[in-house]
Design a protein around this ligand. Structure first.
Ligand SMILES: NC(=O)C1=CN([C@@H]2O[C@H](COP(=O)(O)OP(=O)(O)OC[C@H]3O[C@@H](n4cnc5c(N)ncnc54)[C@H](O)[C@@H]3O)[C@@H](O)[C@H]2O)[C@@H](O)CC1
Ligand SMILES: [K+]
Length: 473
């Protein structure tokens, strides 16, 4: 606990320095719950008090950590037992830094209730310019530590100082939005080898990228077949094929009614049936389009019989066979996933999927056998063997029409380039899908750092994005 408290005090001191230019004379208010999480906050408070900080602990439970409380009092800090929420709100708002030590990994399901819940709700509602910086101890209090669920009020943190190793709830949506900057403090504890949720880094994505060897030719590099678009939605076909071409694949084959337009925009694309190593089905395809529907159903036979990997997006999700291998990747957003689950007898709404994205994606994986990539601000991928990836590289600007078509084409190109590998190793598909989500987000940044992006711009940024990833790895 001592190491944890020192690291926490260091993080708070840095926030004080950033806000006021110095640590001495800063005002820190600790929100303290009943367990060791509150104990960490109290011990950190004692360290800060000794550095000349004005420290007030608001005790939000009948009993708080005895040793921590004694340490803070001995250092000259104050402890106020909260029985009036108005007074607590007032004190908390006067702080430079608020330390959230109400609950950590010992939090039971159900979230914050009672006085702590009321206090947090009011503090979170008044986060204006001058509001205190919030540093969460181990986790923002009250989140579902194992599943990222949010079932009550949570004080959104600017920074979370977590001990020993990251926790699934810190990277999984919806709680991931509440974590702020994540700082992991190594306490030298023995942790399980495989964390339950993984976030790929740039170097992981580079290692997964299908880089051609010196003896490569277009068929060994992979051919991706794209069944996308319609007269009504021609743009989706252009974007999905463009992304596949620009991601660098042996060849892109297009099947659909707008081949002329696709070739006019991307002369590299070959129109018509032929050999294919991986498929992209569905961008811009409406399920009442009989011709596209027939093409997709026919191609699915190849997927089931010959084992070609496939990306199943948008309109093709409704055409998914009952059960498919894991090297088929579904790429729904929350609404599409709700429909897919409801069609299979699990009635859920879009809002429920948004509330429980991990549970929903897992259920879809169990029901269909497919790897499931659930698009969102944090993109989740659930695949064989319980693998879970949570990728958050995408800027909010990427929530724009056509971005999903680009992701589908890019992922199709990656699967075509690694078709044999993903068929041989069922766990690889989820990693490749997570890498595609990472590259997609990076490409958005590369296309216009910090500003608005277009789907076409993201596709055009792919070659440079991939080059930079490979160069830095
Ligand atoms: N596990 C470890 O090895 C370490 C843990 N540390 C700290 O200890 C924390 C865990 O401590 P605890 O196990 O005491 O757990 P917490 O401090 O998270 O809280 C547990 C207490 O809260 C109560 N509680 C749980 N859910 C509640 C709810 N919804 N509403 C009201 N009361 C609720 C429980 O009855 C229990 O009294 C970590 O988050 C971390 O901050 C650190 O000191 C470093 C080492
Ligand atoms: K906490």
């Amino acid at each position: 606990m001592e190491r944890a408290a020192f690291a926490l005090a260091g993080a708070v001191a840095r926030e004080l320095r950033a806000r006021r230019g110095r640590v001495v004379g800063g005002v820190v208010v600790l929100l303290v719950g009943p367990g060791n999480n509150g104990g960490d906050a109290l011990h950190a408070g004692a360290v800060l008090r000794r550095r000349g900080v004005d420290v007030l602990a608001l005790a939000l439970a009948d009993r708080v950590h005895d040793e921590g409380r004694a340490a803070l009092l001995a250092a000259g800090g104050r402890v106020l037992v909260v029985d009036d929420v108005d007074i607590a709100v007032d004190r908390a708002r006067g702080a430079d830094v608020l330390v959230d030590g109400i609950l950590g990994i010992g939090a039971r399901a159900g979230g914050l209730t009672g006085g702590a819940g009321a206090l947090v709700e009011r503090l979170d509602a008044s986060r204006d310019e001058g509001a205190p910086v919030v540093v969460a101890v181990d986790t923002p209090s009250g989140i579902g530590v194992d599943d990222g669920s949010v079932s009550g009020p949570v004080l959104r943190a600017d920074r979370t100082v977590t001990f020993g190793g990251s926790k699934p709830g810190l990277v999984l949506p919806p709680a991931a939005h509440l974590t702020g900057v994540l700082e992991v403090v190594d306490l030298g504890l023995a942790l399980p080898d495989e964390p339950a949720v993984v976030r790929l880094e740039d170097r992981d994505a580079a290692a997964l990228w299908p880089v051609p060897g010196p003896d490569a030719h277009k068929y060994t590099r992979g051919v991706v077949g794209v069944v996308a678009g319609a007269r009504r939605y021609p743009g989706a076909a252009v974007l999905a094929t463009s992304a596949a071409v620009l991601a660098g694949v042996g060849m892109v084959r297009y099947l659909g009614d707008v081949g002329d337009l696709v070739v006019a925009r991307r002369p590299e694309v070959v129109v018509g049936p032929g050999r294919v190593q991986a498929w992209v089905f569905g961008p811009g395809v409406s399920p009442d389009d009989a011709a596209q529907r027939r093409r997709i159903e026919h191609a699915f036979e190849g997927v089931l019989h010959r084992g070609e990997p496939a990306v199943v997006d948008a309109g093709a999700l409704e055409l998914l066979p009952e059960h498919v291998p894991t090297h088929v990747v579904l790429t729904p957003h929350a609404g599409e996933l709700a429909r897919l689950l409801s069609d299979r007898g699990h009635r859920v709404t879009r809002a429920e999927v948004e509330h429980h994205p991990l549970r929903s994606a897992r259920l879809a994986h169990e029901l269909t056998g497919a790897t499931v990539l659930l698009k969102g601000h944090v993109t989740l991928v659930v695949g064989a063997g319980g693998a879970v990836y949570a990728q958050a590289a995408a800027p909010a600007w990427l929530a724009t029409a056509g971005a999903g078509d680009v992701l589908a084409g890019l992922l199709g190109a990656m699967l075509a380039g690694r078709a044999d590998d993903v068929v041989e190793d069922p766990t690889l598909t989820a990693a490749v899908a997570a890498a595609a989500a990472l590259v997609h987000g990076r490409a958005a940044d590369v296309s216009n750092p910090g500003g608005p992006v277009t789907a076409r711009g993201v596709a055009l940024a792919l070659p440079e994005t991939v080059r930079a990833l490979l160069a830095d790895a």
